[in-house]
Design a protein around this ligand. Structure first.
Ligand SMILES: C[S@@+](CC[C@H](N)C(=O)[O-])C[C@H]1O[C@@H](n2cnc3c(N)ncnc32)[C@H](O)[C@@H]1O
Length: 151
């Protein structure tokens, strides 16, 4: 498919509104460790032009700040047929969810999860991602209270 000049400008404009916060304040080292290199509009436009059309679902299983999905939405994808999975809590909460919901994507289509877990792909399921760091923190708290009780 070929995007119009208006669509390309709109994709760049929307991207520029998020460019400063797209990494949610994570520093370069954290970003490099997690391969967080987000796709600029020059590339999302070229990627979309490889699609035949946007009449089907669009899923980005490592959605990051949502650059590809945002561009697809602006190019005409149906928000109800757009789906995102992203592992990083900060990017997910601070950028991906507000950005895609603003473009009309239902919150239940934007999932914090591990794309390597097949259950994460089933958007009809009650998939819940358990962050190993958060689980560790909770266990630490239980240990602390446990010690108090035994004194
Ligand atoms: C190269 S960036 C994605 C770029 C994005 N598709 C875009 O349109 O700009 C890779 C993202 O994958 C996320 N990620 C890494 N491992 C993941 C996993 N197992 N499941 C889901 N997301 C993951 C990282 O946190 C990072 O935000």
């Amino acid at each position: 498919m070929v995007l119009t000049d208006e669509q390309k400008k709109a994709i760049e404009k929307e991207y520029n509104e998020f460019v400063d916060i797209q990494y949610a304040g994570l520093d370069k080292a954290a970003r490099q460790a997690a391969a967080m290199y987000y796709t600029p509009p020059e590339l999302t436009i070229r990627m979309l032009e490889k699609f035949d059309d946007l009449n089907d679902s669009v899923i980005d299983c490592c959605a990051g700040s949502g650059n590809l999905l945002a561009a697809a939405l602006i190019a005409g994808a149906d928000p109800k047929q757009c789906f995102a999975i992203e592992l990083d809590k900060k990017i997910y909460e601070e950028v991906l969810v507000p950005r895609l919901t603003k473009l009309g994507v239902p919150k239940e289509n934007i999932r914090r999860g591990d794309a390597l877990d097949p259950k994460a792909w089933d958007f009809n399921s009650d998939y819940k991602y358990f962050d190993p760091d958060e689980v560790k923190e909770k266990k630490g708290m239980l240990g602390f209270f446990g010690n108090v009780r035994t004194r």
